[in-house]
Design a protein around this ligand. Structure first.
Ligand code: UGA
Ligand code: MN
Length: 332
């Protein structure tokens, strides 16, 4: 690279860093001003009330975060001190839809402040597809892998409910958090499967979680929405669900968040293959009680996350394998 080329690159990088810092400060300032009447707003308010300027700034910050990642420059304003970190754990497995799903959710996560994405591949080795996607994402992340044992792995033509999914991967993330997260730092844990749809409002709802919080999930359990039922004191007393309502926590994985402190204080708590179908959520929520749950999303009346389950593309099969996947020439 010529000397003048290098120095113009350095100038560009400096410019990018300065712009990002200015924008982050501006965004934080506007956010604080908007939430001033309500002390809990930073943690709990939804972005429904954000001004057009804030939305523009948020989009611009997303674009600049990606530019920094592209130029391998660390983002100096990755974490704001006064805001709890959200750790989102995503198990993911190789399939024709994988890159599309990860791209879709990563572009939502990019716009969430103080966010750390733990992506755990269900594979014996980390794949370049996921490694490259994460490196370019602009999101602070940890990339792990944990292969599901063969006897627990779904076969191509198995119905998806036949075996539990994400068990080893979520446990690997819990282990990483127990070894790496700073117990003195306020943080919230959320299990973000790669096939759901997430609204930005969801993350500001969960950020204030003191122990465990819950909210409705759209398009799940054979219903348009599943939701916690509240009594007149706004305490959770039951569940509106089309499926196994007798479960201790009859709720989807996307319907709750847990304060990370609780996870760190209970080092034995983990997911298990050995639980009845639909009991993964109740296994981890056994860390708390129904009475203690904090209802979010406007007393559980709003839907900010959907269990979308993208339809698998109908690709030709040969010897129980999808033809042309992975594609020999293109990363799709
Ligand atoms: C529902 C819940 O939404 C899941 O959170 C829960 O793990 C699952 O039930 C269960 O009871 O095990 P569903 O939408 O049917 O799940 O599950 P998937 O979306 O197919 O899988 C959940 C996560 O595990 C996804 O992020 C997916 O990519 C990952 N996964 C799936 C793997 O890592 N390996 C697999 O072989 C399959
Ligand atoms: Mn799913």
């Amino acid at each position: 690279m010529s000397k003048s080329h290098r120095s113009s690159n350095i100038k560009l990088l400096r410019y990018v860093v300065v712009i990002v810092v200015i924008l982050l400060c501006a965004l934080l300032g506007i956010h604080l001003m908007e939430s001033a009447p309500d002390a809990g707003a930073l943690a709990g308010d939804t972005s429904a009330g954000l001004s057009v300027e804030t939305r523009h700034l948020r989009a611009e910050i997303g674009r600049l975060k990606q530019l920094l990642a592209k130029n391998s420059i660390p983002n100096p304003y990755e974490y704001k001190e006064n805001l709890p970190i959200i750790y989102a754990v995503t198990p993911t497995h190789s399939r024709p839809l994988q890159k599309a799903e990860l791209t879709r959710i990563s572009q939502t996560f990019l716009l969430v402040p103080n966010f750390h994405w733990i992506v755990v591949e269900d594979s014996m080795e980390k794949t370049p597809l996921v490694a490259n996607l994460l490196a370019k994402s602009g999101i602070p992340y940890t990339h792990l892998n944990a292969g599901t044992p063969k006897e627990w792995k779904l076969l191509l033509n198995d119905p998806q409910w036949k075996k539990p999914r994400g068990v080893k991967q979520r446990n690997a993330a819990l282990r990483w958090l127990r070894e790496n997260a700073d117990p003195a730092r306020a943080a919230v844990l959320f299990f973000a499967d790669d096939d759901n749809t997430y609204s930005l409002e969801l993350f500001e709802e969960m950020r204030g979680t003191e122990k465990a919080s819950v909210w409705p999930v759209g398009l799940v359990g054979g219903m348009v929405l599943e939701r916690p039922l509240l009594d007149t004191d706004d305490k959770v007393v039951g569940w509106s669900t089309g499926w196994r309502p007798q479960r201790p926590f009859a709720i989807d994985m996307a319907g709750f968040a847990i304060n990370l402190g609780l996870i760190l204080e209970n080092p034995q708590l983990e997911f298990s293959f050995d639980v009845p179908r639909g009991y993964q959520e109740s296994t981890i929520l056994a860390i708390t009680t129904k009475e203690e749950l904090e209802p979010k999303a406007d007393k559980c009346t709003k839907v900010y996350v959907w269990h979308t389950r993208t339809e698998n593309p109908k690709l030709p099969l040969k010897k129980n394998k999808q033809v042309d996947f992975p594609h020999p020439q293109f990363e799709v």
